[in-house]
Design a protein around this ligand. Sequence first.
Ligand code: NAP
Length: 186
Amino acid sequence: MPTNPPKLTLHMVASLDGFIANKDNTVDWMHSTDSYPAGVTLTQEDVTEFLAGIDCYVMGSKTYEHALKLGWPYGEVPVIVLTNRNLPKGKESVELYAGDLETLVNTQLKSKYQNIWLVGGAMLAKAFLRAKLVDEIVLSILPIILGDGLLFFDYIRQEQRLHLKDAKAYTDGMVELHYEVLKEQA
Ligand SMILES: NC(=O)c1ccc[n+]([C@@H]2O[C@H](COP(=O)([O-])OP(=O)(O)OC[C@H]3O[C@@H](n4cnc5c(N)ncnc54)[C@H](OP(=O)(O)O)[C@@H]3O)[C@@H](O)[C@H]2O)c1
C-alpha cells in the first residue's frame, strides 16, 4: 500500500482574538470551563491514540523553556528545539538545531519522520510559514478574548491559500480548524 508523503503540521491554541499567550506567558486560559453540549467529547483514549501518531515535535527555544517549567508533555518522542544558544538538554529525546529551516525539514526530518508537529511559538510559526514549510495547520480556538499578548499570525506578509480539511466543535467550547496549505503551481 502506498504511504502518504511525510508532512509538517503547525498546531497552535489561540484565543478568539488570535493570541497564543498572555503578555506574562500565563496559560491558565488554555483550560476552557465553557460547555457546548452539542460538541464532540474527547476521551483520554482518543487523546492517547492521537498523540501516538506524532513522530516528532519541533519548537522554538522559548516554547521549550516554558514546557520544561510547566511539565514536559512530549514523553520520549523526539523533540527538535531551534536555538542559537547552547541550552541545557534536560532529556535524551531533545536535539538542538540552528541553521537553515528548509534543510532541517526537507533533508533531516522528512527523511526520518512521517508526522512532524510544529508546536510554536509565534516566531517559529511565522518563520516556517514564510519559508513555505508548513503542509497543514491545526488551530484550536478557545472561547475567550484575551485582548493582549503574543499574536499567532503576526504579519506573515504573504498570501497563502488554504483548503479546509475539517472543522470540529468540542463539548468544552473549543473549535478546531484543520487546513491544508495549498502549494503554488510552478
Ligand atoms: N498557544 C499555543 O498553542 C502556544 C504554543 C507554543 C508556544 N506558546 C507560547 O508562545 C510563547 C513563545 O513564543 P515566541 O514566539 O516568543 O518564541 P518561540 O517561537 O517559542 O522561540 C523563539 C526562539 O527560537 C529560536 N529560533 C527561532 N528561529 C530560529 C532559527 N531559524 N534558528 C535557530 N533558532 C531559532 C530563537 O532562540 P534563541 O534566542 O535561543 O536563539 C528564538 O528566540 C510562550 O509564551 C509560549 O507559552 C503558545
